[in-house]
Design a protein around this ligand. Structure first.
Ligand code: P53
Length: 475
């Protein structure tokens, strides 16, 4: 059994969750900058602008902006072949709608990419990871507005041109499908900068915003390929199998419809067209999404080169007693605990085989290379002197990598790489916490924002270092 020589072992983060420097180098306010810290089970508050006295954990995050040289050195010591991060859109276009980019923001990513390349670490870059300029929300209503397509493609073109010789792997929108699977205030805001006003139809606006993003993504793919034909431009979905709770066929129908609803973006980004069931749903609901013939051509011509995805957990569902005929009504899903699995401290079900299921599902359906760009365990870590014995994290990663190896070696899945999430401790996207830790590198900072920001290598650091050294052949 073997991973290819070029297999991209890496680590993943997102700009807003670790850079800090929220106003450094002319950066504008992003949507992540107006979200307060929540807690386990307590949602983050989305404030109307930045309000003095509130705790906004992304403002400082782990201060990578100032410490990037030392941190990249640690990534090199770890042996990473690639490093997935995002470009903070608001560093490049502070407001989002300017004609000219902010040179200081562009220069920061030049320095970062050069530092990575110095150690032969390939940057893998997401263009939009929950951090659009906040001005685009206030002035345009976020992605409900078609004008966002122009702002985004302009931004994409600027960074594609600037970094065309430094970056090969790109992704357009992080976890673009959260907004359909979740459809809560958090996912509508982080995906699309959508704030629903009383009397508005959240579902309709969500589909419209999604359509605009999909057109923008397809245009970006075409622009990118013109700038550098070697670019690999991918999609990015949040994934996880949905299992039926029982052999009752209604539960299977429910599970299947949820998978379709979670993954319809993949149909559009990989096949270049909307799936039949969803077009039918729009018609039945009388939803005017504004899909033009020109849009359809753009979607066809802008399919992705690979599928990037995050994988954390699986789900079990049961059809409601009064399940509607379309199996679609939100809120009717009945999630059931999987009795065969254990859960993280945040209740996420730990299902390594589910990763193999997911790899097979995407590989068979779309026949494209896959890239696992997030996977990991959010857990409390305890300091023991200056060591962190995170055997639970090693166990999690090991079991997932084992299943990934089976998918490659037994099932013939074409897999480009694996970048575990939060390779260094960072701010949680969902809760804004620091103490929900994913890192192999510990950062001394807690939920209250206190700590020296000192970095420490966890046991998992040494374990992953050894794994990469042996190209995954020694788990
Ligand atoms: P956190 C679920 C909920 C929130 C964000 O999540 C999620 C998911 C997973 O589908 O998405 C990704 O920090 C996201 C990252 C995020 C990571 O999962 O809430 O792409 O930005 O940090 C982990 O524990």
């Amino acid at each position: 059994m073997a991973f290819s020589k070029n297999f991209l072992w890496g680590g993943a983060v997102a700009a807003h969750q670790f850079e800090g420097g929220w106003q450094a180098g002319g950066k504008g306010v992003s949507i992540a900058d107006v979200m307060t810290a929540g807690a386990n089970g307590v949602p983050r508050e989305i404030t109307d602008g930045v309000i003095p006295g509130k705790n906004y954990p992304n403002h400082e995050a782990i201060d990578f902006y100032d410490r990037y040289k030392d941190d990249v050195k640690l990534f090199a010591e770890l042996g990473l072949k690639c490093f997935r991060t995002s470009i903070a859109w608001s560093r490049i276009f502070p407001q989002g709608d300017e004609a000219l980019p902010n040179e200081a923001g562009l220069a920061f990513y030049d320095k970062l990419f050069d530092e990575l390349l110095k150690y032969h670490i390939q940057p893998v870059i997401t263009l939009s990871h929950f951090e659009m300029p906040y001005h685009l929300v206030k002035a345009y209503g976020g992605w409900r507005n078609r004008k966002l397509i122009d702002f985004f493609t302009h931004y994409a073109e600027v960074v594609f041109k600037r970094y065309k010789d430094k970056v090969t792997y790109w992704m357009t929108f992080n976890e673009i499908n959260n907004q359909t699977s979740g459809m809560n205030d958090w996912s509508l805001f982080t995906n699309s900068g959508l704030q629903i006003q009383p009397g508005e139809n959240a579902e309709l606006l969500m589909y419209r915003a999604s359509h605009h993003e999909l057109v923008a993504s397809a245009l970006a793919v075409q622009i990118g390929h013109r700038i550098n034909p070697n670019f690999m431009i991918g999609s990015m979905f949040s994934t996880g199998p949905v299992y039926p709770a029982s052999p009752d066929p209604k539960d299977t129908m429910k599970a299947q419809r949820l998978m379709q609803a979670n993954c319809w973006y993949a149909d559009v980004q990989c096949k270049g067209k909307y799936p039949a069931w969803l077009k039918h749903y729009f018609a039945v609901k009388n939803y005017d999404i504004g899909i033009t013939l020109a849009d359809e051509d753009i979607l066809k011509a802008g399919t992705v080169d690979y599928i990037g995805f995050s994988y954390y957990a699986s789900h079990v569902v049961k059809a409601a007693a009064d399940e509607p005929a379309d199996y679609m009504t939100p809120g009717r899903d009945i999630e059931v605990k999987n009795p065969t699995l254990s859960r993280s401290d945040w209740g996420w079900e730990i299902d390594p085989i589910g990763l193999r299921v997911t790899l097979n599902w995407f590989s068979q359906r779309f026949d494209l290379p896959l890239f696992i760009v997030e996977n990991g365990l959010g857990a409390f870590d305890r300091l023991d002197g200056d060591r962190i014995h995170d055997g639970y994290r090693i166990d999690y990663l090991k079991k997932h990598i084992e299943q990934m190896a089976l998918a490659v070696n037994e099932d013939g899945v074409d897999l480009l790489g694996y970048t575990p999430w939060g390779i260094i401790d960072l701010v949680s996207a969902g809760t804004g916490q620091m103490d929900k830790r994913y890192g192999l590198i510990y950062v001394d900072k807690n939920d209250a924002g206190k700590g020296s920001l000192k970095r420490l290598k966890k046991d998992s650091f040494y374990w992953y270092q050894n794994l990469i050294r042996h190209n995954g052949n020694q788990l």
